[in-house]
Design a protein around this ligand. Structure first.
Ligand code: G3P
Ligand code: CA
Length: 239
C-alpha cells in the first residue's frame, strides 16, 4: 500500500497549510498529511512554508518571525488563492491538531533554515504531548541537527530524514547519523529502484516529494515506494 500524504494539506484545493486545506484533505480521505511549522515572534507554532507571508499577501513586509501570532492572525492570506477564502488566516499547530484525526499519519516539517528557531524542538514536542499526538507523527526537516534535538527530547518519535540535494548513498548517511530514522524523504527526481531497495534493506521507508502525476506515481509504486507527498492526493485515491 502506498501512503498518500496531502502536501501542506490539500494545497490545490485551498490555501496551503491552513485549516481549510486540512479539512479538504480529511474530507477526501487522505491517509497522511504533511505540514510546515515555524515560530512567531512570541514563540507560537504557526503553519507556513516560506519564512515570509508575501506569497499570500504582498502588503506584508518582513518575516513571520517579526510578527506576533495576534498580528499574523489579522492578515488575509486566502484572497490571493480565491475570494472564497478571503477570511482564511494562518493556522496554529494547535488549531489543526484539533481537527486532524489521530488515525491520519502526520508529517510535521520543521522549517529551520535559513531562519533558525531557537527552542522550536522543545516547543513543538510540548504541543504534541499536550495534544497526545507524539504517536503516528513523523517529524522531518532539511535541518538534521534539529532532528537530533527532537530525538534527544522524545526518543521514540518517528524521524523523517528530509533530503534536498542528491547525496551519495542516503541509506548509509542515515545509518551513520546518530538518528533513529524511520523514513527517508527525497526529492522524487533522485529516486530509482536501487534507492528504494537499499533503503528498505537498511530498514527505512521511502516517502518522496512531490508527486502530482499518475505516471510518476505508477512508476514509484512499481518500485515499491512506501508513500508520496502530493499536492492533491485525491487523484491517486482509486489506485
Ligand atoms: O516534506 C516534503 C516537502 O514538503 C519538502 O519540501 O519545500 O515543499 O516543504 P517543501
Ligand atoms: Ca514541507
Amino acid at each position: 500500500m502506498v501512503l498518500n500524504f496531502a502536501h501542506r494539506g490539500s494545497l490545490t484545493e485551498a490555501p496551503e497549510n491552513t485549516v481549510a486545506a486540512m479539512k479538504k484533505a480529511i474530507a477526501h480521505g487522505a491517509q497522511g498529511i504533511e505540514l510546515d511549522v515555524q515560530l512567531t515572534k512570541d514563540d507560537q507554532l504557526i503553519l507556513i512554508h516560506d519564512h515570509h507571508v508575501r506569497r499570500f499577501n504582498k502588503a506584508v513586509k518582513g518575516n513571520v518571525r517579526d510578527y506576533t501570532l495576534a498580528e499574523l492572525k489579522r492578515i488575509d492570506i486566502g484572497s490571493s488563492f480565491s475570494e472564497k477564502f478571503a477570511h482564511e488566516r494562518l493556522a496554529t499547530l494547535e488549531e489543526v491538531l484539533e481537527i486532524i484525526p489521530k488515525e491520519i499519519q502526520l508529517n510535521i516539517e520543521i522549517k529551520n533554515a535559513p531562519i533558525m528557531y531557537e527552542n522550536i524542538e522543545v516547543i513543538l514536542l510540548a504541543c504534541l504531548r499536550h495534544r497526545e499526538r507524539t504517536e503516528n507523527t513523523i517529524i522531518s526537516s532539511f535541518d538534521h541537527q534539529t532532528l537530533v534535538q527532537i530525538q534527544q527530547e522524545e526518543p521514540n518519535i518517528m524521524i523523517g530524514l528530509l533530503l534536498k540535494q542528491q547525496i551519495i548513498k542516503p541509506w548509509q548517511y542515515a545509518q551513520n547519523s546518530c538518528l533513529n530514522v524511520y523514513s527517508i524523504h527525497p526529492d522524487k527526481i533522485h529516486v530509482n529502484q536501487e534507492f528504494i531497495i537499499k533503503c528498505h534493506e537498511a530498514g527505512y521507508k521511502v516517502f518522496p516529494y512531490t508527486v502530482n502525476d499518475i505516471a510518476t506515481y505508477e512508476q514509484l509504486s512499481s518500485w515499491g515506494i512506501d508513500g508520496v507527498f502530493s499536492n492533491n492526493p485525491a487523484i491517486f485515491s482509486d489506485r
